[in-house]
Design a protein around this ligand. Structure first.
Ligand code: E4P
Length: 221
């Protein structure tokens, strides 16, 4: 399973990249607004830090406009994935960009039928929003499961990119279902390594080790 990080904060990306866990990055207009920075500049910087797919979202709502913006975004770096909304115009733009060999991430997916359309439009990624469905009392993980079943039935290459991931439980469940990718906020990604028994065990080992009076690296080594 690949991990993308869901942020436009380059400091956070720099911090996490050396862990080897960052297979890609997703941004959206809200994350760009939060960064307070120039969109094209931020995407260029992220693409230099992370060699994997970096999603950059169009702002136009008509297919022609999305296509023009998508092509401009692709000029930034070869690892840009153009993000388009799951509308008929978005699907049209997806088809045209995919036919030109560009990576497209179709976003704002809330039903399995929408995911089916995105796959047929040649999307490299479909982004079902798990957390936002949970927020309105629906089951976001069930959507991931339905899409997995449909994509497997027809051997679609489109990767399921679980988005709107809100907690570590979402990551584990998406992995069990077989999502190809989860895009995870940096704070949640960091929590994946946490367990109180890990902390307690380490504390005890360090105490016992200190009592031996030994060192692994002898002085001068
Ligand atoms: C990423 O591609 C999505 O835009 C993001 O995961 C949405 O997350 P949110 O629902 O927490 O805003």
């Amino acid at each position: 399973m690949k991990f993308f990080i869901d942020t436009a904060d380059t400091a956070e990306i720099q911090d996490l990249a050396p862990t080897g866990m960052v297979d890609g990055v997703t941004t959206n207009p809200s994350l760009i607004a939060k960064s307070g920075r120039d969109f094209l500049q931020v995407i260029a910087e992220i693409c230099e830090i992370v060699p994997g797919p970096v999603s950059a979202e169009v702002a136009a709502t008509d297919a022609e406009g999305m296509l023009r913006e998508g092509k401009r975004l692709c000029e930034i770096a070869p690892n840009v994935a153009v993000k388009v909304p799951l509308t008929w115009d978005g699907l049209k733009a997806c088809r045209a960009l995919a036919d030109e060999g560009r990576m497209v991430n179709v976003t704002l997916c809330f039903t399995a039928n929408q995911a089916l359309l995105a796959a047929k439009a040649g999307a490299a990624f479909i982004s079902p929003f798990v957390g936002r469905l949970d927020d309105i009392g629906l089951d976001g993980l069930e959507l991931i499961s339905d899409i997995r079943e449909i994509y497997d039935n027809y051997e679609f290459d489109t990767e399921i990119l679980a988005a709107s991931v809100r907690h570590v439980g979402h990551v584990m469940e998406c992995a069990k279902i077989g999502a190809d990718v989860a895009t995870i906020p940096p704070s949640t990604l960091k929590k994946l390594a946490d367990h109180p028994l890990t902390d307690k065990g380490l504390e005890a080992f360090l105490k016992d080790w200190a009592a031996t009076g030994q060192t692994i690296l002898k002085s001068g080594a």
